[in-house]
Ligand binder design. Structure first.
Ligand SMILES: [Zn+2]
Length: 133
């Protein structure tokens, strides 16, 4: 029986004051238990939401990590098509790196340098595809 219907019955019944008092005390106890249960469930929900948020972030980081392959001191990213893009990413901060002619690829964010340059890119990229595609 729900609390509201119990209270409605209590109001409609005309029993002795001792019986009424006992019933009221019982209802107060039930209400108290329901409040405690409500608090506990809200806390569980908050904890579960936080856990889901943490796991989402872990999954996102893992997926991102899976997209990259380290090769010749740079990262290459697998595109949604499943093929590698011909862009060298920094192994430290995953920023696309740049290179002019024979100057090694360099990260503009952290200064990291790969061990090959734009001139070498075709060979490096073909080597990557032979090994990883
Ligand atoms: Zn970097």
């Amino acid at each position: 029986m729900g609390l509201i219907s119990e209270i409605t019955n209590l109001i409609n019944e005309h029993g002795s004051s001792t019986i009424l008092r006992e019933r009221v005390m019982l209802l107060v106890q039930k209400l108290d238990n329901a409040e405690k249960e409500n608090i506990r469930l809200k806390q569980e929900l908050t904890d579960a939401k936080a856990k889901i948020r943490d796991q989402d972030q872990e999954l996102k980081a893992w997926r991102e990590k899976e997209q990259f392959t380290e090769f010749r001191g740079a990262l290459f990213k697998r595109e949604q098509s499943g093929h590698y893009g011909k862009t060298a990413y920094c192994v430290v901060c995953r920023t696309p790196m740049w290179s002019i002619d024979f100057f090694p690829y360099e990260c503009s964010r952290c200064g990291f340098q790969a061990d090959f340059s734009k001139k070498d890119m075709d060979n490096v990229f073909n080597e990557l595809l032979q090994r990883h595609d």
